[in-house]
Ligand binder design. Structure first.
Ligand code: SF4
Length: 317
């Protein structure tokens, strides 16, 4: 029986890789330790509803802050991912179980109990499922809408690369408020960072969302510190704008274990501020670029700002 708490069993494909030393984090990467009543309450709701969170599975550094405010990002479709990205701490391999038909209802129940104004739902990749889990995503969106009609819904999806066009159409038809799909890194690093994915496929996925529903906000993000250079990051911004993406996130890559992709460097906060300024100049409605930025970090507040930014832009037009 596989024990996902043991690193070698979490990532069997990485077990024989050489260790990459984990450099000491700089002073600007300081996070609040998990604890307190709010954190405990969120944890209890997640456990009671048998829900998996990306906050825990990906060892997110912001879990202390987010959970103390009831903000957890639920990860649907199980805890084992069929891809093997070199940066990611989610367990990889063949998922042991089929999709759980009762999961959308449990997610909706947890969202209601947490009383969230805005929720982010993500998932593992399920290349073993014919539609990549598109219908499961759509059911989850509909279940949340039914139980919490005032809650805005952000989804962070897989790339549906092995599916026909109808998979994405199903998800968009369920009308999430924000459609997020992360490009993760610059195209030149895909073979080593995101080997199961294709840069232009991911970009086109986001462009298709906008073509299908121009009112839907689209969002994408990359990590820096993986070995990219500034010019490549600027090109990604150009590509994202060409695909009409509204919201860009950029955060520092942190290495979960010695078997994961090495941290090339820690990008200074001033450089992040430079990226933010450049991205706003290229026309993104919203940009979050700080060392601790993650796709779902402060997503609720950011959604309100995103909506306000679009209204201001329309008023100027
Ligand atoms: S930033 Fe996102 S993944 Fe990290 S703890 Fe917050 S909600 Fe969870």
């Amino acid at each position: 029986m596989r024990d996902l708490k043991i690193p070698e069993q979490r990532h069997p494909e990485k077990a024989k890789r050489k260790d990459n030393p984990q450099p000491k984090k700089p002073d600007w990467i300081r996070v609040r330790a998990p604890g307190g009543q709010g954190y405990a309450d969120t944890r209890k709701i997640m456990r009671e509803h048998k829900l998996v969170t990306v906050c825990e599975e990906a060892s997110c550094p912001n879990v202390g802050e987010c959970w103390s405010q009831g903000h957890a990002t639920m990860m649907i479709m199980g805890e084992v991912c069929t891809r093997a990205c070199s940066f990611c701490n989610i367990a990889t391999g063949k998922p042991p179980e089929a999709l759980d038909a009762f999961e959308p209802g449990r997610v909706a129940d947890a969202v209601q109990k947490l009383g969230l104004n805005h929720v982010v739902i993500t998932s593992v990749d399920r290349d073993d499922v014919e539609d990549g889990g598109a219908e499961h995503f759509a059911q989850t969106i509909r279940a949340i809408r039914h139980r919490s009609p005032g809650t805005t819904i952000e989804i962070l999806t897989p790339d549906f690369i092995r599916c026909g066009p109808e998979a994405l159409e199903k998800v968009v038809a369920a009308r999430p408020d924000v459609f997020n799909h992360n490009l993760e890194t610059v195209p030149g690093l895909y073979p080593e960072v995101r080997p199961g994915a294709r840069y232009f496929h991911s970009l086109r996925l986001l462009q298709r969302v906008k073509e299908m529903d121009p009112s839907m906000f689209t969002k994408s993000g990359i990590m820096v510190g993986l070995g990219e250079d500034r010019q490549a990051v600027m090109q990604v911004m150009e590509d994202m704008r060409a695909a009409d993406i509204d919201f860009l996130t950029i955060g520092q890559y942190l290495q979960p274990t010695p078997k994961h992709h090495a941290v090339d460097r820690f990008v200074h906060p001033d450089e992040f501020a430079g990226y933010e300024k450049a991205a706003l100049g290229k026309g993104f409605l919203m940009v979050s670029a700080t060392p601790l930025t993650r796709s779902s970090y402060h997503a609720g507040d950011d959604f309100a700002r995103l909506r306000a930014a679009r209204e201001a832009k329309l008023a100027r037009a």
